[in-house]
Design a binder for this molecule. Structure first.
Ligand code: AMP
Ligand code: MG
Length: 458
């Protein structure tokens, strides 16, 4: 089915552990992604016939399955060895001039599982499928979901025994900041060099050396975080092992889209101190990039000069992010005036206005219903600047994966009903127009429906 060329598996043995996924008892379909399969040049009939592959019960031809090694800073604390504890990279599928990692998530224990069971509950599989595909439709670089299956087994989680699931995640690569860190921390400069060459060739072919690579990753991250913030997206767990050097959003754990706007918003139950709050994301991206820079030092020549150059490069992040954020915010209000945009955000925060609906109302109606006086004043000034409503419609979606809707799809799936999942997935494929079908999905949660906390829970 796949046309694999496994360049990562050809790197030295210490880059991971070659092993097959652990089979499951009784696989069943949740979904497979026809649009993505077509993009990848896969034969739909073969995909349809490959439930056993997506469940980890059959290793497809040409695969060289492996668990990848990495490390990372989790909430600022150093974890010297992480790695694919519940995932297996099957291989790299090549189609035309594109190459995708195809990996199973929830595929059983590996040497990197630590205390975990290597499995995933169905809920997080549903969540990642919906949110990653929504992000793609919203124009945000992201890993994709090719398939989701049930395992016919249960996993033990906080809430008790729940149905297990496996997601097939497709990514430009799974190389993380933490992949560089693991080798740097082991004083394995040769591995850092090999990884740098590999990642450069795959993602930043014109980078020309470690500083150029760092700069290219910085550019992508600045752009990515600005895009997240423009959608009210909070990643929730921006650990260095969850930052891909490709610039794709990766690891949809406790992520969430904010409804009532406030810059300090946090959803993740484990983010007690708001490290990864909506407005903190650019600072954290830079913090992570500084870890990447540190990990690249072993291949940057003489130490003192390397530190100076890396520091100077990192100092460029503020401008990169500012430029990206100006563009995003400018498109959202249809006027290239960041101060005016910031003023709107301050008003929205004061009145806890719905992030998505407020901007969409500006784009579609040029107005906000029941606007507080301060907003009326802002609207009058804004209208005077003749905002570009066409651009605004393309920057301000009508529908996002609201937490209560994702939760509804998850709970129904646990009860054996996949209809809400399919309905929501269909609606999220076109977030840019108001339709009869997406009507109920545009509304914010009622107070009793509100999801205030999200959990990793995998
Ligand atoms: P995350 O916070 O989801 O990015 O995961 C951090 C680390 O924990 C990674 O090394 C994962 O592979 C590992 N991990 C998370 N859940 C499990 C699980 N159920 N079994 C084994 N390892 C896990
Ligand atoms: Mg992770």
């Amino acid at each position: 089915m796949f046309r694999f060329d496994n360049s990562y598996a050809r790197l030295p043995e210490r880059f991971g552990t070659k092993m097959a996924p652990a089979p499951v008892a009784d696989p069943g379909w949740v979904a497979w992604n026809g649009a993505l399969a077509a993009e990848m040049g896969l034969d739909p009939a073969e995909v349809e016939a490959s439930l056993d592959v997506f469940a980890g019960n059959r290793v497809p031809e040409g695969a060289e399955p492996m668990a990848q090694l990495y490390a990372g800073h989790q909430f600022g604390g150093w974890s010297p060895q992480l790695g694919d504890g519940r995932a297996i990279l099957l291989g790299e599928h090549v189609h035309g001039d594109r190459r995708w990692d195809v990996a199973l998530k929830g595929s059983g224990p590996t040497p990197y599982s630590r205390m975990g069971d290597g499995r995933s509950a169905l809920g997080p599989v549903i969540r990642e499928y919906l949110v990653s595909e929504a992000m793609h439709a919203l124009g945000v670089p992201t890993t994709r979901a090719l398939a989701a299956v049930t395992t016919g087994e249960t996993v033990l989680r906080q809430e008790g025994d729940v149905a297990g699931g496996i997601l097939t995640r497709v990514a430009a690569s799974h190389i993380r900041v933490g992949t560089f860190q693991v080798f740097a921390a082991r004083d394995d400069a040769e591995a850092v060099r090999l990884l740098l060459d590999h990642a450069t060739a795959r993602h930043h072919p014109t980078a020309g050396g470690p500083l150029g690579f760092l700069r290219a990753v910085m550019e992508r991250q600045a752009e990515l975080v600005a895009q997240w913030m423009g959608l009210g997206f909070i990643h929730g767990v921006m650990n260095t092992d969850n930052m891909a050097v490709s610039g794709e959003t990766i690891d949809y754990g406790p992520c969430a889209f904010m409804e009532a706007y406030h810059p300090d918003t946090v959803f993740s139950s484990i983010d007690q101190f708001g490290r990864y709050a909506w407005s903190k994301q650019p600072d954290i991206a830079l913090w992570n990039l500084a870890q990447l820079a540190t990990a690249l030092l072993p291949v940057m020549g003489e130490r003192e000069a390397a530190v100076r150059e890396a520091t100077e490069t990192l100092e460029g992040f503020a401008d990169l992010f500012d430029a990206a954020w100006r563009r995003v915010l400018g498109a959202k209000i249809g006027v290239n005036d960041p101060a005016l945009g910031s003023e709107l955000l301050a008003i929205m925060a004061e009145h806890r206005l719905d992030f998505t609906l407020t901007f969409r109302a500006l784009a579609v109606d040029g107005d906000v219903v029941d606007a507080p006086p301060r907003l009326e004043d802002w609207l009058a000034r804004w209208r005077g600047l003749a905002p570009d409503s066409e651009a605004m419609r393309r920057a301000n979606p009508a529908v996002i994966p609201r937490n209560h809707r994702v939760e509804e799809a998850i709970q129904a799936a646990y009860a054996g009903d996949l209809a809400p999942f399919h309905r929501l997935h269909e609606v999220l494929r076109d977030p840019w127009t108001e339709t009869a079908a997406n009507r109920p999905f545009r509304d914010p949660a009622r107070p009793e429906e509100r999801v205030e906390r999200t959990f990793c829970g995998t």
